[in-house]
Design a protein around this ligand. Sequence first.
Ligand code: GLP
Length: 245
Amino acid sequence: MRIINCHTYEAMSRKAADILAAQIQLKPNCVLGLATGTTPIGAYQGLIKKYESGSLDFSEVRTYNLDEYRGLTHEDPQSYHYFMNDQLFNHVNIDPANVHVPDGANTDADAACADYDRMVAEAGYCDLQLLGIGRNGHIGFNEPADEFSKGTHCVDLTESTIEANSRLFEKEEDVPRQAYTMGTQTIMNARCILVVANGENKAQAVRDMCFGPIVPTCPASILQLHPNVFVVCDDAALSLCEGLY
Ligand SMILES: N[C@@H]1[C@@H](O)[C@H](O)[C@@H](COP(=O)(O)O)O[C@@H]1O
């Protein structure tokens, strides 16, 4: 793991945008794995700026998002698909046919997950996977569990995740209780992984991810086994890792 302390959220976002942009420039038809959450918003803004300045072309880029709430259509303002349109896709020249998010509107979980796995596999998996991290060490919606997950599957969200994500909904009762998420094995199939984390409330998860035991109770700890991971953080997220890297 290459741990990069960028000190501030702004610098972390610039670094993440630079890494994503370099991937697109090197391979214009690359497959990007993308993430939602508030952490990557600054990186997406950086990508939009690069696109607007003419230095980035998304016309051949293909994207696969990590996860989606079960039961929400892509027009639902609370859906992750809507979030991605709003934060990135509507602002760059990506072809909507190249954008993929698990189909939350398909409540047949087995079918929705199998379809998504097939699509990601057919694309040859991700060249670069962007990840945020949950306060409990989850990646995508792979929550702490007894074993590491494999392909796309339907998960029951933990109380801690529902509470953390309720800030984006009017009330906590509105947060869906289930989601479809790419599995840990699918995430690990990416050629390169970029994790972004900022803020003190991520410090323990970042320490466990980078230096804790590799256990499914901290799903992000599996990333220690991946040969090509960048962990890009601010000071606060790395505050429990002092002296360790
Ligand atoms: N499914 C998403 C994750 O992909 C994300 O990493 C996490 C952290 O979100 P934030 O960046 O807002 O802290 O939230 C959600 O649970």
